[in-house]
Design a protein around this ligand. Structure first.
Ligand code: SF4
Length: 320
């Protein structure tokens, strides 16, 4: 380590990290453990972050991918923030599981939109990424074939609906705002009567985090996004930084993952965190920079957030 550290400006994006949906989901697992004791079963990673999942495992949460992995039990069975297909709570009910739903209310909003369009007889397009649990959960709200998934602008151009005059679209909550706008523009041009969500499906947290990255990305030599590779909103933040012209945009899970060779010669670095990444990991990354550089931290704020979601009724009194 050199005796004199080189100077480095850190531009810290705000908002960053936990959103209200992630906060609520983690609280649901923690309160369930407090109130009902271990184990509590959680279907899928409660949020896409290994640090969070490992912390909850240590307290007695058991993570499973399928209900079949859960023995007959009276202990709580929790569904993750990403939401689940209708078949999942139905199967849990058959086994008389005590269900706690940690689906983010903003994902549930998209589920309800899909149901309303279906009831109105509309053909539904979902803009999202194949294989993501939120997409599986949203598509699983309706019978197979009721929703067509569109991932790219090319998909939107090639799409041949059965009912071009009776079409509606919904989206995954954690998409790139700009990519989605481009896909929607193609659909709207091809199908002028396509029905859009009353209020954006891309959630406030995704939008605000991307906006903060855009403000910082042009002014820095590198941008670090703290988040998991399977976290959609974190991946989008990295892409947003890259597209805004940031020469180096890296997604890291925590400080130990930083490839310092990619950061040689930098004078200004931007830091943000996906909606499922805890602040402790941001602090860890800032500390790692402070070991190598003489750092000055400046916060760049794109929006203030004050959203809090209610807990499920079964846990509300436990929280008081
Ligand atoms: S990213 Fe948005 S939709 Fe997903 S949990 Fe957070 S608030 Fe809810």
């Amino acid at each position: 380590m050199p005796a004199t550290k080189p100077p480095l400006d850190i531009l810290l994006c705000s908002p960053r990290g936990f959103c209200a949906g992630v906060d609520r989901a983690i609280q649901i697992v923690e309160l369930a453990l407090e109130r009902f004791g271990a184990p509590v079963y959680v279907r899928h990673e409660i949020v896409h972050n290994r640090y969070v999942v490992d912390g909850l495992k240590a307290k007695g949460a058991v993570f499973v991918e399928s209900l079949d992995e859960i023995p007959d039990t009276d202990q709580p069975v929790i569904f993750s923030a990403h939401g689940v297909a209708k078949a999942v709570p139905a199967a849990a009910a058959v086994r008389h599981f005590f269900q706690l739903d940690a689906t983010c209310p903003l994902v549930t909003k998209v589920h309800r939109e899909a149901e309303i369009h279906f009831r109105k007889g509309r053909e539904i397009v979902l803009i999202g990424h194949a294989g993501h649990p939120e997409v599986e959960g949203t598509m699983g709200q309706l019978p197979t074939g009721a929703i067509t998934l569109i991932e790219t602008e090319a998909d939107a151009r090639a799409f041949q609906p059965k009912s071009p005059d009776n079409l509606a679209f919904i989206t995954q909550t954690t998409l790139s705002v700009d990519d989605t706008a481009a896909i929607v523009a193609i659909l709207a041009e091809r199908f002028p009567s396509v029905v859009a969500p009353h209020k954006e499906d891309i959630c406030y947290a995704t939008t605000n985090r991307q906006e903060a990255v855009k403000r910082v990305a042009r002014a820095v030599d590198a941008m670090l996004v703290i988040g998991a590779p399977n976290s959609s909103n974190s991946q989008r933040l990295r892409e947003v930084a890259e597209r805004a012209g940031c020469p180096v945009a890296l997604l890291v899970q925590r400080a130990a993952d930083i490839d310092w060779s990619r950061l040689e010669g930098i004078r200004r670095v931007g830091i943000t965190a996906g909606a499922s990444a805890p602040e402790v990991l941001v602090e860890e990354v800032i500390d790692a920079f402070a070991e190598r550089y003489d750092v000055k931290v400046e916060v760049v704020t794109a929006a203030e957030e004050a959203i809090v979601f209610n807990l499920p009724r079964a846990l509300r009194d436990a929280a008081e």
